[in-house]
Design a protein around this ligand. Structure first.
Ligand code: ADP
Ligand code: GLC
Length: 506
């Protein structure tokens, strides 16, 4: 007989043999390849498959945005009723699977709320009904469980768009079939915290009792992420380092006090990457394939990238790649601030990005000023992203903060050594070059300023041109570093069990 007081402290490895694998519903606003604006989409498209491979019953629910083609998908016959304020939103449910797996994906269709060409906001504007849209998604996720007769052990939610789910489970669903369902809220990026007018709260049906400081209320407005952080059974961040950072006033985006308070329930789990999608040995987007033992295909990819982006066809000039959402977070302004000095290092820049119109304009202006030296593609383009990862020699990420970051892992897999600000997941996933031992998988700098960016790129270029054998060894080390999802899936399994245990004592 196990000691009950000890059992309250969470999951114990010996439980695994006797307890079945927790079943999980992922409720999210993005899921690659169906809908993606950044790494959140990559995670929701891949982690469920890794969990499925461990044997979990895992399913995903996503809005049916206007650009998702439902042809060939199964449409459930009965409509799904979703309480929204005093009325009910009637939704259709489409079902398919995540590519290459048998993980069910459910798409919630409601034309007035979701059939738009964007996920969150239109280009250059604001969507004024996002509280209604994502409240509908959150409530629909739970209605769907009951509709399908799938009562998951855990609902795993992601960032603010589904952060209301834990609040719903603690209020409107506190009795009934979902009463024992636990929640895990993963913080991908604390910087995204929309606030909504308190008057909208009635839409959610959660009652005014949760509109308090230890809940949804934030300076008189509704902050769904804050509510989720107070109400979720367990919290995770997408890297261990970020789990520490978010507890500090400097990086807690105004919620550090909540994250400190809930520190015992907060775990940092490093993201993985989808090694089938990001595989230089089999990448369909590339003109040639390569691996750690034979990099000759990478030379072909470099030449193709130079052609793609209008760069001079010089094999002996290093290419520094950048792929980013053009947002303050990513520090692209730091690169622009030292552009002349960077180019004096005799390198080429290959940039892919979209977002802030001012940054887009400045990047295009840089390409016009330095033809053949700076190649810029504005837009969201999966194919070009793969071709930059493969064809560049180095990959630059001067992010001011980075909860995890995926591109530095993709680039390592493609033998493109990352140059990163030592922060968040960038610090956790890149091993700094050690000049004495000739080891490392990339180059780190701190803090993030134009001067430190410049110095780090200079350091990388020096190794690239002066120590080619060391560079080669670093590439091999980077390319063979395991970044798959299997380890993360194991950690999430553990967190789900802790969450279940806690929920039982709730
Ligand atoms: P974040 O989620 O903060 O944007 P990540 O590094 O975690 O940062 O993930 C970004 C993901 O989005 C990567 O898969 C990256 O390749 C992709 N991405 C970002 N910008 C673009 C773009 N303009 N075109 C294609 N893919 C992009
Ligand atoms: C966020 C973060 C990024 C992270 C991604 C996936 O968008 O900005 O660092 O890799 O989510 O978790």
């Amino acid at each position: 007989m196990k000691d009950a007081s000890r059992r309250t402290r969470g999951y114990h490895p010996e439980d695994r043999a006797v307890s079945p694998l927790p079943s999980v519903l992922f409720a999210a606003s993005e899921c690659a390849p169906f809908a993606k604006s950044g790494g959140l989409g990559d995670v929701v498209g891949a982690l469920p498959i890794a969990l499925r491979e461990r044997g979990h019953d895992v399913r995903v629910v996503l809005p049916r945005y206007g650009f998702i083609d439902t042809r060939g998908m199964r449409r459930h016959e009965a409509p799904l009723g979703v309480p929204l304020g005093a009325s009910e939103a009637w939704c259709a449910v489409y079902e398919t699977t995540l590519p290459g797996s048998d993980v069910p994906l459910y798409l919630i269709e409601h034309d007035a709320l979701f059939a738009r060409p964007y996920l969150y906001d239109p280009v250059g504007g604001w969507s004024h009904d996002n509280f209604a849209r994502f409240t509908c998604l959150s409530r629909a996720s739970l209605q769907l469980c009951k509709y399908l007769g799938f009562i998951p052990d855990v609902v795993h939610v992601h960032d603010w768009p589904t952060a209301l789910v834990p609040v719903l489970l603690n209020t409107v669903e506190a009795s009934g079939p979902l009463a024992a369902t636990a929640t895990v809220l993963t913080v991908h990026n604390l910087a995204y915290q929309p606030h909504f007018a308190a008057a909208e709260l009635d839409l959610a049906g959660v009652g005014w009792g949760v509109f308090q400081e230890q809940g949804l209320a934030d300076q008189g407005a509704i902050n769904p992420l804050k509510g989720g952080l107070w109400h979720a059974t367990m919290l995770t961040t997408v890297s261990p380092r970020y789990a520490d950072e978010v507890r500090t006033p400097a990086m807690g985006a105004g919620l550090d006090h909540v994250l400190r308070y809930r520190g015992a329930d907060l775990v940092g789990i490093l993201n993985g990457i989808d090694e089938r999608v990001w595989d230089p040995r089999a990448d369909p987007h590339l003109p040639a394939r390569f691996d750690a033992a034979d990099l000759s295909g990478k030379t072909v990819c470099k030449r193709a990238l130079q052609d793609d982006l209008g760069l001079a066809p010089e094999p002996l000039t290093p290419i520094v790649g950048i792929i980013a959402r053009l947002a303050e977070q990513k520090g692209i302004d730091l690169v622009l601030a030292c552009l002349d000095r960077l180019l004096a290092l005799d390198l080429q820049l290959a940039v892919l990005g979209a977002g802030d119109p001012a940054l887009e304009r400045e990047l295009l202006a840089a390409a016009a000023t330095y033809p053949g030296r700076v190649g810029v593609r504005i837009g969201f383009d999966e194919r070009v992203a793969h071709r930059i990862e493969a064809g560049a020699d180095m990959f630059l990420m001067p992010s001011r903060f980075e909860p995890c970051g995926l591109n530095q892992m993709y680039s390592q897999r493609y033998g493109t050594l990352p140059i990163v600000h030592a922060v968040g997941g960038l610090d956790d996933t890149v091993e700094d070059f050690d000049p004495a031992r000739g080891t490392g998988t990339g180059f780190k700098f701190h803090p993030a300023t134009a001067d430190t960016v410049l110095a780090a790129v200079d350091r990388a270029c020096e190794v690239w041109s002066e120590r080619p054998l060391v560079w080669r060894a670093m590439q091999r080390r980077a390319m063979t570093t395991p970044f798959g999802w299997d380890r993360a899936a194991e950690r999430y399994d553990e967190v789900y069990r802790w969450a279940l245990e806690r929920r039982r004592w709730w």
